[in-house]
Design a protein around this ligand. Structure first.
Ligand code: FES
Length: 74
């Protein structure tokens, strides 16, 4: 699935595949949209996750793929 530059991964996934995917703040504050990332490099754009959490997950509402591709465990 491609995520356009002008929208979030959260919004793209909800619009194209999983409309019931949970979220709340859409600003990287609450952690509701945290998902596991089995493969790929994340461009983390939140201040919430710990380094340990960042090792295998991301916040879909604010973070992006670094290098173009992520595998998500939804
Ligand atoms: S919806 Fe709150 S951190 Fe993503």
């Amino acid at each position: 699935m491609a995520v356009p530059a002008d929208t979030s991964a959260l919004r793209a996934i909800r619009a194209q595949a999983l409309p019931d995917l949970p979220y709340s703040c859409e600003r990287g504050f609450c952690g509701t949209c945290q998902q596991r990332v089995p493969a790929g490099t994340v461009d983390h754009r939140d201040d919430l996750l710990t380094d340990a959490e960042r090792a295998d997950s991301l916040l879909l509402c604010v973070s992006r793929a670094h290098g173009g591709r992520l595998v998500l465990d939804l």
